[in-house]
Design a binder for this molecule. Structure first.
Ligand code: G3H
Ligand code: 13P
Ligand code: ZN
Length: 331
């Protein structure tokens, strides 16, 4: 039997995005695959009074089991109330690649889906996205489309090079598909290795500085579709202290470079109203787990290493909401 997100206390993105665009901040979209990640995200967002988009990827559904995962998310709104502050919660499919997957998620209680047709031709992308929009809107569910291709790994699809979004296409795409938001490619990419050292310059402190995001493309897009909600994927900043902690405790992460937080802050002040972050959370959790294993090699209770990982994730996401996205106190 189909379940509506409305019965689960979840909301779609419509009102949240309108407020975020007008208010010059971005809503955090954090991925989760397990209980500890879900707890950390909700705790961080309740404590900072931030709206939140809980993201589930196809990989997460494979890893955790789709039924278990969505039932965990169904408890989210009740848990939030228990934590003491009722923030808006969106349950979103990240990088949906088929109509069938989007439909399955819509029918099982998701309030928002992404249909990522960016690897198809322009016309195929439009046809697929439009089909998802028609079904989703009939159920009150929001849809995110994508134009342009990000470099890096998107689930099982690996893009070698990025293709920036072509501003001349956005108006036509948005009009013909009816999407509620648009993910664009302006230099972000997925994963912890967004830039090679050869692509970066080195600053006075010896830190690798990546090339800036293509703000000129974002500005051109905003001129063509003023006030339309824009989404940035691949927005992890890859904090050097997390990389250093991982390597200090036996890891071997080399040349991991992300998007500087100041650039995300600048983007969040524009029509960018949803910022996707996953890799930074993975780094924070890995650093915390490695530290426990090295400092307490006798430890074998999962709560003793997953607990610190959860706390590190919560701290990181509170920082993102307050200092990067500007979403704190917007719930
Ligand atoms: O965009 C990708 C997200 O980080 C999700 O990653 O496909 O490994 O779950 P995943
Ligand atoms: P990062 O790999 O930069 O965290 O991006 C996550 C993302 O875009 C999820 O859709
Ligand atoms: Zn993504």
């Amino acid at each position: 039997m189909a379940v509506s997100y409305k019965d689960l206390g979840l909301v779609n993105t419509k009102e949240l995005f309108a407020k975020a665009v007008a208010g010059g901040y971005a809503i955090p979209a954090y991925n989760f695959n397990n209980l500890e990640q879900l707890q950390a995200i909700l705790q961080a967002c309740v404590e900072t009074k931030s709206p939140v988009i809980l993201q589930v990827s196809a990989g997460a559904r494979k890893y955790a089991n789709a039924t278990l995962l969505r039932n965990m998310a169904k408890g989210a709104t009740e848990y939030v109330k228990e934590l003491g502050y009722d923030i808006p919660v969106v349950l979103h499919l990240d990088h949906g690649d088929t109509f069938e997957l989007c439909k399955e998620c819509i029918d099982s209680g998701f309030s928002s889906v992404m249909i990522d047709g960016s690897h198809h031709s322009y016309e195929e992308n439009i046809a697929l996205t439009k089909k998802v929009v028609e079904y989703a809107h009939a159920h009150g569910v929001s849809v995110e489309g994508e134009l342009g291709v990000l470099a890096g790994v998107e689930d099982d699809v690996v893009a070698e090079k990025s293709t920036y979004t072509r501003p001349e296409e956005v108006e036509d795409f948005v009009k013909r598909t009816g999407v509620d938001s648009l993910a664009i490619s302006i230099g972000t990419s997925h994963g912890a290795h967004k830039f090679t050292p050869a692509q970066c310059t080195t600053n006075a402190e010896g830190k690798l500085v990546p090339p800036p995001l293509k703000f000129e493309i974002l500005e051109e897009i905003e001129k063509r579709i003023p006030g339309f909600p824009i989404v940035l994927h691949g927005s992890s900043s890859v904090p050097q202290e997390e990389v250093d902690t991982i390597n200090k405790y036996g890891g071997a992460l080399k040349a991991a470079v992300g998007i500087p937080e100041e650039q995300l802050r600048k983007a969040a002040k524009s029509a960018v109203c949803k910022i996707n972050i996953d890799s930074d959370g993975r780094l924070a959790m890995t650093a915390a787990v490695r530290k426990v294993f090295v400092e307490s090699p006798g430890e074998f209770d999962p709560r003793k290493f997953l607990g610190p990982a959860r706390d590190a994730l919560k701290k990181l996401y509170m920082h993102k909401n307050i200092n990067v996205l500007g979403s704190a106190n917007k719930a």
